[in-house]
Design a protein around this ligand. Structure first.
Ligand code: GEK
Length: 262
């Protein structure tokens, strides 16, 4: 089994330059071939804490999925969903830390450009792992029983009205003792705090080499595509779908990650 670091596996990364001319500013953001080509570079430079969150996924999986294997005399394989998998970075982070026989990963994304590339990356790097990549809308997927679900920066792209239904399906599919890891961009309820967080987020992007035109182009393209909730709204929704315990385990500016326990 290949033991590559997920941050350095075979991504032929093009530099992220999708919003560099004034006309590009009008483009609505979509996960097409142009985005796929520069995606690993874009997400690392524009999501604070992206690498740290990915690195913790196998650590969480080891605690929660291993427990399930030991408590089950049939030694069944742990099943993990990676929803909105893009190029499969979360699946790769997991595969890199588990033996092939211990995990079954189901990676799903609505964008065929993403899943086509994810299949290549995952099969090149982890040919022996049981990783199924599916092109589907997670709102339509019927989930099988599972031990861990990863929603890494994906729920924010669903219409707000559809979020509860997806979380309800996830809750129903999770085994007792299983976890959901929900990572999202958020906004603060307080306008002044929000303004501070957003400004410091743009400073973060500037420090990572983005120009003013790229920052404003991306902001316009994501308008009405990426719709953030507040942290309180996320926790209220998790309560609503039945998770009795959920904890914000990570926050970096306006990006948060929550673990919800079933
Ligand atoms: C990572 N998790 O690298 N059904 C399935 N996929 C969807 C849907 C949907 N309804 N809507 C959007 N997507 C990844 C990063 S990126 C985050 C996730 C970002 C997919 C979309 O095609 C895209 O690949 C992904 O959600 C969001 O750990 O680009 O900021």
């Amino acid at each position: 089994m290949s033991q590559s670091n997920p941050a350095t596996v075979k991504h032929d990364t093009l530099f992220d330059k999708p919003f560099t001319t004034p006309l590009d500013k009008a483009a609505r953001f979509s996960f097409d071939e142009q985005v796929v080509a520069c995606f690993p570079d874009m997400i690392r430079r524009s999501v604070p804490g992206y690498g740290q969150v990915l690195a913790m996924l196998p650590i969480f999986a080891r605690r929660h999925c291993k427990y399930r294997q030991q408590s089950d005399s049939s030694q069944r394989v742990s099943r993990i969903y990676d929803l909105g998998c893009s190029l499969g970075a979360a699946s790769m982070a997991l595969a890199g830390e588990f033996d092939p026989q211990d995990l079954q990963i189901k990676a799903i994304d609505i964008s065929p450009a993403m899943t086509t590339e994810a299949v290549t990356l995952l099969s090149d790097n982890y040919p022996e792992h049981d990783i199924e990549v599916m092109t589907a809308d997670i709102r339509d997927v019927k989930f099988e029983p599972c031990d861990m679900v990863i929603l890494n920066l994906t729920l924010q792209f669903l219409p707000v009205a559809d979020r509860v239904a997806v979380l309800e399906k996830i809750y129903a599919a999770l085994s007792e003792g299983g976890i959901l890891v929900l990572t999202e961009k958020t906004h603060a309820f307080d306008e002044q705090y929000d303004a501070w967080l957003v400004e410091r987020y743009y400073d973060f992007k500037r420090a990572n080499g983005y120009t003013e035109m790229e920052i404003s182009g991306k902001r316009n393209a994501l308008e009405n595509v990426l719709i953030t909730d507040t942290l309180d709204e996320h926790h209220a929704r998790l309560d609503q779908v039945g998770f009795a315990r959920h904890l914000t385990w990570f926050q970096f500016l306006n990006f948060v990650s929550i673990v919800a326990f079933k």
